[in-house]
Design a protein around this ligand. Structure first.
Ligand code: GLC
Length: 631
């Protein structure tokens, strides 16, 4: 790949131009490029004065008001300040647009990756990457912390839905397509967005119970944790802790190097070969070291063996977990191969500690130059230097949430549900159906169907952003039928068919780790209530991962896992009513009982318990308006 990275304006090797600029930089300016601050911890004046390399909106790091125009004003303000610094090195603004530009109200929200994996169509993912890049670039942002190439091992992990599945080949293929989508025709186009392939390495492989992200013995208040305090009220925090929050995420990976190389590395190879120039390190640890101090993996493997010419960014405050002494955290992470640090709060202290480490000779200047060269090379390659902070060539704000993007999201939401069970060919429901009873709050709630990483970090129930729901889709397709809606299913009348929607409460990261995936008692009770009132019962799951179904599998005639379909939830009605056919397949092993977890996807055949359903499972149906191929 050497030399493949060109500065598009001059067609000169971007690295050569990076070297020329590097020679003019002071040590402090170099360290500024290695610093990424959170937008509420920094001002444009700080960016100008310290020549910071990047600013980030963490999950929910939204401007007020949360509108595309306000986003663009905020981002351009930081970019202009960088352009006014002594050397005018352009700033990279970064966000988590993991299923569309999901922090922005009005943006198109695509199904989370777990649903896209179920479809398994690289072209669909590429088109979603392209639409996402256009909406992100319209707000002045040119760095997206996606795709996650997580291969979840224990699906109790709260980030299972951020990955495409447990098949490394599929994950690599879809991640490469997403990278190509973010690029579009060329990396220097004003609507190209830098991907961040994450989280390196084996982020989904931590053992349940091994995470030390939240030390319950310390009984410290979550209010003292500036990051988790963003996740919601302290009282709610204690409840999810009891249910298993922060028991897996950021935990210990216990696989051997051979498994790491065979199962978790290949997706990075695929994404880097597709042109990705940034990798984000993982919080977890392996062989007794945090990933953020794993010199072997970060430098010898990624930059040595793979020849990766881009740069590695840390995760949010992740280097702080290396040691009690902040100076040691800085020294060890930079020495291991971290090139830019997502600080995100006390960025001045980070800069001072790194400068002191270089001046004491603890961190060699060559390591600083290597890190900055990589960062500058990516910025030249993206063509940022000819914009000088002015977004006049970037897409217009009107593209955010535009109709053809919503149609694309609708297509993805229609194709991603997996039909797990279809007793008596209950689905598709007959077009002549006179009465349909719909139950479960999730049937008419955009927030629940979108899940985490939607407007706020954790996501939330309610009309959080414009979209359509399953209930609206059912009523639109069957305007002739009586489609009744009972969120709690406590009515009296009967119906020919019933649809019960069970939605996980939205969560993100370790806040979504659980001890159990079993349906809650009130969920099962709802299924039982509707079972008694209908002839045919369809169970629809909105979930970021498999659920242990228990008696629901006996009570329901048909079971559909619709994952987290995003803003265009009306699409889920189409395969249920036969306007389209079910096509998706499981890419995760589905447990029959909590006791069977984790169902290792890599174990030799026959090792450990069978799943209730296995990878590749998914029933197909034929739309009503197509001749039945089975006939
Ligand atoms: C978070 C996540 C990472 C995200 C980053 C910025 O903690 O681990 O996926 O990109 O911080 O929000």
């Amino acid at each position: 790949m050497s030399g493949a990275l060109l500065d598009p304006r001059t067609r000169a090797p971007a690295r050569a131009r990076a070297d020329a600029l590097l020679a003019r930089m002071t040590l402090r300016e170099k360290i500024g490029q290695m610093t990424q601050a959170e937008k509420n911890s920094v001002t444009p004046d700080d960016v100008r004065e310290h020549a910071l390399g990047s600013v980030i909106s963490g999950g929910g790091g939204n401007p007020e008001p949360n509108t595309p125009a306000a986003w663009r004003d905020m981002v351009v303000g930081f970019r202009r300040a960088a352009a006014e610094s002594r050397l005018g090195i352009p700033l990279l603004y970064g966000v988590d647009a993991v299923h569309g530009h999901n922090n922005v109200v009005g943006a198109t929200i695509f199904p989370h990756n777990v649903g896209l994996g179920a479809v398994g169509d690289a072209d669909l993912v590429r088109r979603i990457g392209r639409a996402t890049a256009v909406e992100v670039a319209a707000t002045g942002v040119r760095w997206n912390f996606a795709p996650a190439v997580s291969v979840p091992v224990d699906v109790r992990w709260g980030r299972t839905y951020e990955g495409y599945g447990q098949d490394p080949e599929l994950v690599g293929r879809l991640a490469a397509a997403y990278v190509e989508g973010l690029r579009g025709d060329r990396w220097d186009a004003p609507d190209a967005v830098l991907p961040s392939v994450k989280h390196y390495l084996a982020d989904g492989a931590a053992r349940h119970g091994s995470s030390t992200r939240w030390d319950r013995a310390a009984v410290k208040s979550v209010a003292d944790d500036p990051t988790l305090a963003n996740a919601g009220p302290a009282a709610e925090f204690l409840k999810v802790l009891d249910r298993g929050a922060w028991t897996i995420d950021q935990g210990v990976v216990e696989f051997d190097e051979r498994t790491l190389r065979e199962a978790f590395l290949p997706p990075y190879r695929a994404a880097i070969d597709a042109g990705a120039l940034n990798v984000m390190a993982s919080y977890g640890s392996w062989n007794g070291l945090r990933m953020h101090e794993q010199r072997t993996l970060l430098t010898d493997v990624l930059k040595g063996e793979f020849g990766f010419e881009g740069f590695v960014v840390s995760d949010w405050a992740a280097i702080d977990q290396i040691h009690d002494d902040p100076a040691v955290c800085v020294e060890r992470s930079i020495d291991a191969g971290i090139d830019m640090v997502m600080v995100p709060f006390d960025w001045r202290r980070f800069m001072d500690l790194l400068e002191a480490a270089v001046e004491r000779g603890v961190v060699p200047l060559e390591r600083i130059d290597d890190a900055v060269r990589r960062i500058l090379t990516a910025k030249f390659h993206l063509g940022l230097f000819d914009e000088a902070g002015e977004p006049d060539r970037e897409p217009p704000l009107a593209v955010v949430g535009q109709p053809d993007h919503r149609r694309l999201a609708h297509e993805a939401a229609r194709r991603s549900p997996v039909l797990l069970q279809n007793r008596g060919d209950a689905l598709p429901l007959p077009p002549s159906l006179p009465t349909l009873l719909v139950a479960g709050a999730g049937a008419d709630d955009v927030g629940l169907q979108c899940g985490g990483w939607t407007i706020s970090w954790m996501g939330a129930a309610g009309p959080v952003t414009p979209g359509t729901t399953l209930l609206q889709g059912l009523r639109r397709l069957r305007s002739d039928a009586d489609v009744a809606f009972e969120p709690d299913g406590r009515g009296e009348g009967r119906a020919v068919a019933g649809i019960v929607v069970l939605a996980e409460e939205p969560y993100a990261e370790g806040m979504g780790d659980r001890h159990s995936l079993a349906l809650e008692p009130d969920e099962l009770a709802l299924v039982e209530r509707i079972r008694a009132r209908v002839d045919t019962l369809v169970l629809v799951l909105y979930a970021g991962r498999p659920r242990v179904l228990g008696d629901a599998a006996r009570l329901a005639d048909a079971i559909v896992c619709a994952w987290l379909p995003g803003s265009e939830g009306a699409a889920v009605a189409e395969p249920i009513l036969g306007a389209s056919g079910f096509e998706a397949r499981l890419r995760l092993r589905w447990p029959a009982a909590d006791a069977d977890l984790p169902l290792h996807p890599f174990g030799p055949p026959g090792s450990g318990p069978d799943g209730a359903f296995e990878i590749g499972h998914g029933l197909s149906t034929t739309p009503w308006d197509e001749p039945d191929s089975a006939a």
